[in-house]
Design a protein around this ligand. Structure first.
Ligand code: BDR
Ligand code: CA
Length: 342
C-alpha cells in the first residue's frame, strides 16, 4: 500500500514538472521574434520606446535603419538614441539603404525637423552601429532562421527588405509576417492626395515585398488617423513623470502640430506606434484580407495603394488591411508600457 502511494506521488510530481515545462515553453513560444526596420522619425521613436519597453512579448533582435524621414546617418543615430533612452543598448542597430531602389530620395524634415526628431534635443549616442549592413543582416538572419519564425515591423520605406529579397529570394522562408505602417485607401494620402509617405518614398520596394508572397499586414492612414492624441491623452503621458514620458510628450506636442493644422483635426496620429500596439494586442484592431497593389508609375497616382476592399476583382488577397482601431485602448497600452521605462 505504502509503495503504491509512493509511486503515485512520484507520478504526480513528474506530471507537475512536465506541465510547468510545457507552460514555460508555451510562454517562450508566444514571444514575437522581431526585427524593427525604421527611419526615426518622431513617431518611429515613440514606436521604438514602446517596443523596447515590452520585452515579455517582443524579442527585439535588431533595429535596421533606412533613409526616409531624414538621411540615413540621422535615422541611424536616432535609432541608437531610442535604444539608449530605453536602456536597451544590447539591441544592435544596423544601418541599411541610404536611398530608395529607383526614385529620387525624399525626406520629411518639414514634419520631423532637421534632425528627424521634433521637440527634443539630440546628442551623439554612447554606442555605435553594429558592423555590417542591414541588408546583409536581414539575409543572414532570415536565411538561417527557423521556418516562418521572424516578424518584421516595417516603419519606413521598405528599401532594406526589398534589397534583401532581390539578392536572396529564399529568405522568405524565415519570415513569419511583415507588419507595415504605410499606405492609404479610405483616408487619402498625406504626401500627395492619394499616397502615404512611406509608400511614396519607395513604391518599387513596397512592390517587391508585396510580390514576394510573405504574409503582410498593413496599418495605413485609414487606421492611424482614427487613433489621435487629445489633451487628456497627452496628460496621461505627462503624468508618467519619467524620462520616457517627458521625451514622448515633448516629441508629440511638436509632431502633431502639422497634421492638426493641415487636416483640421483635434489631435495628431502616432502612425508607427500603431504597429507595435498591433503586435502586442491585435484585438484592439479590425480589418480585412484584401488584394493590394502599389502604383509605381510616374504620374499623379505614384505611390498610391489600390485596395480591393469589396473584392470586386476576385484577385488573390495578399494583405490584411487594418481599417479601424480602439484609440483609447492604444493610448492606455502605450502609457502602461512607457511607465516601465526610466
Ligand atoms: C509615415 O511616414 C513617416 O513620416 C512616419 O514616420 C510614418 O512612418 C506616416 O505616413
Ligand atoms: Ca517612420
Amino acid at each position: 500500500m505504502y509503495r503504491y502511494a509512493q509511486k503515485l506521488h512520484q507520478l504526480l510530481r513528474s506530471l507537475l514538472i512536465l506541465s510547468l515545462i510545457t507552460a514555460t515553453n508555451a510562454q517562450a513560444a508566444q514571444k514575437i521574434d522581431l526585427i524593427i526596420d525604421t527611419d526615426p522619425g518622431a513617431d518611429d521613436i515613440v514606436a521604438l520606446l514602446f517596443a523596447l519597453a515590452s520585452p515579455d512579448e517582443l524579442n527585439v533582435r535588431a533595429l535596421t535603419t533606412v533613409a526616409g524621414n531624414v538621411r540615413l546617418d540621422k535615422t541611424s543615430r536616432n535609432a541608437r538614441l531610442a535604444r539608449e533612452w530605453a536602456g536597451r543598448e544590447e539591441v544592435p542597430v544596423y544601418a541599411g539603404a541610404p536611398k530608395p531602389l529607383m526614385r529620387t530620395p525624399i525626406y520629411a524634415e518639414d514634419i520631423h525637423g532637421k534632425e528627424g526628431l521634433s521637440g527634443i534635443a539630440v546628442h551623439e549616442p554612447r554606442q555605435g552601429l553594429a558592423q555590417g549592413s542591414a541588408i546583409t543582416y536581414l539575409i543572414d538572419t532570415l536565411k538561417s532562421a527557423r521556418p516562418h519564425s521572424i516578424t518584421i515591423a516595417m516603419l519606413g520605406p521598405q528599401t532594406n527588405l526589398a534589397l534583401a529579397l532581390i539578392q536572396e529570394p529564399g529568405i522568405v522562408q524565415g519570415i513569419k509576417e511583415v507588419v507595415v505602417m504605410g499606405g492609404a485607401h479610405f483616408n487619402g494620402g498625406n504626401i500627395t492626395p492619394v499616397a502615404e509617405f512611406n509608400l511614396f518614398a519607395d513604391p518599387h520596394a513596397a512592390e517587391v515585398v508585396l510580390k514576394s508572397g510573405v504574409k503582410l499586414t498593413y496599418l495605413p492612414l485609414d487606421v492611424t488617423h482614427k487613433i489621435l492624441t487629445s489633451e487628456a491623452r497627452l496628460k496621461q503621458i505627462a503624468a508618467l513623470n519619467n524620462n520616457a514620458g517627458r521625451l514622448v510628450g515633448d516629441i508629440l506636442n511638436e509632431y502633431i502640430k502639422g497634421d492638426m493644422e493641415h487636416y483640421g483635426i483635434p489631435g495628431g496620429p502616432v502612425h508607427d506606434a500603431t504597429v507595435v500596439a498591433y503586435l502586442l494586442k491585435p484585438q484592439l484592431f479590425s480589418g480585412r484580407s484584401v488584394n493590394v497593389v502599389v502604383d509605381s508609375r510616374e504620374g499623379p497616382t505614384f505611390g498610391q495603394t489600390i485596395v480591393d476592399w469589396y473584392d470586386g476583382l476576385k484577385a488573390p488577397r495578399n494583405a490584411f488591411w487594418v481599417e479601424s482601431g480602439d484609440a483609447q485602448g492604444f493610448f492606455d497600452l502605450l502609457v502602461e508600457r512607457l511607465a516601465r521605462l526610466k
